[in-house]
Design a protein. Structure first.
Length: 337
């Protein structure tokens, strides 16, 4: 006890205790000031006003099995202004939504409002643009023939094509009614390397085209087919060799009515033929006999099966729709307005 009592009275011990208390007090004060400074910085961050541009993905509410809409961008720009902390939070948010409601659309061009959700009410917000002009079409589908082609000039000298086929001969297209109506057929073009001496089997992408061969952008099912080109030496070709080829259709009009009084449209301007190579090589077009006596004076629609030439055992499509309308009816209809 005497030793402890004398220790407390010793000056060097008192100096150590005083120093330790001073250090502890310094640490406490410094921590308190740092905490207050951090708190003030956080408050200043919330109080400071900031502006930022956000690109928000657009969500469409609509029945996409019945309708097709165009004219909607992927994102829309939103300018937000407010406390910097809230602006930063908005920039990092994954819950902000820009929505267009087309649950009950009208067909054709229309103006629709963009609705924004997920932003703090403390932020001022401006959409650019706040509304969009969109076009709504009915979505329809139809089955069309697949016409496959390849570059015959790339077959090597002294080699011939013994056969050409694709895995299926029809495809279904889906899209806006105005585009689907333009589609004449679906094209499958097999790429053949120069000086080809061997058979080729590969997947070929499909594209929908109009009667002039221009691409029409619609959905196609399937989106590809397997094309097989059988290439062999001409010395091994026998009389039973077959070939597939795309040829044009040549309408021939019969009957007492004059075709000059009508507008005539074919569902397909070309057709695929398969048969003996010696025969198919000589055919560039097929006649299509159209009997005008089978329609009324106003016109009509005829379904006609082209005749198979000798040596041809298959055609695709097997029948062609011929739409015939009276020119006088069309003129009187347009003149009445």
């Amino acid at each position: 006890m005497k030793y402890i009592s004398s220790l407390f009275r010793a000056k060097w011990f008192q100096l150590i205790v005083t120093l330790a208390m001073a250090i502890a007090l310094f640490v406490y004060v410094t921590g308190t000031i740092g905490s207050l400074s951090s708190s003030r910085n956080h408050e200043n961050q919330l109080i400071t006003t900031q502006t930022a541009d956000l690109n928000i993905p657009i969500n469409i509410i609509m029945n996409d099995k019945k309708y097709y809409v165009s004219g909607i961008p992927q994102t829309i720009k939103v300018k937000v202004t407010g406390p910097s902390g809230l602006v930063t939070a908005a920039q990092n948010s994954q819950t902000i939504r820009a929505t267009i409601n087309l649950e009950k659309p009208k067909i054709g061009s229309q103006q629709v409002q963009v609705h924004l959700t997920g932003l703090s009410d403390s932020l001022a917000k401006k959409l650019d643009p706040s509304s969009l002009t969109v076009n709504v079409s009915r979505k329809i589908s139809k089955s069309v023939p697949i016409i496959a082609t390849y570059n015959r000039d790339n077959i090597a000298n002294k080699y011939v094509v013994a056969g050409f086929k694709i895995s299926q001969v029809k495809a279904r297209i889906v899209g806006p009614s105005d585009l689907v109506k333009l589609v004449n057929h679906v094209s499958a073009s097999l790429s053949v390397p120069a000086n080809t001496e061997s058979s080729i089997t590969k997947s070929v992408a499909l594209k929908a085209v109009d009667k002039n061969g221009s691409v029409v952008y619609v959905d196609i099912t399937p989106n590809s087919v397997v094309a097989s080109l059988d290439v062999t030496s001409q010395f091994t070709v026998n009389s039973n060799a077959t070939e597939t080829k795309t040829v044009s259709l040549n309408p021939k009009f019969t009957g007492s009515k004059s075709v000059s009084n009508y507008n005539v449209t074919l569902s397909s301007s070309s057709i695929q033929i398969t048969g003996a190579k010696a025969t198919v090589d000589k055919i560039d077009s097929l006649p299509l006999t159209v009997d005008l006596d089978q329609i009324s004076s106003a016109g009509g629609v005829l379904t006609i099966k082209p005749s198979l030439p000798k040596g041809v055992n298959e055609i695709t499509p097997k029948a062609i729709e011929v739409s015939i309308t009276s020119r006088s009816s069309a003129s009187s209809s347009s003149g009445g307005n």
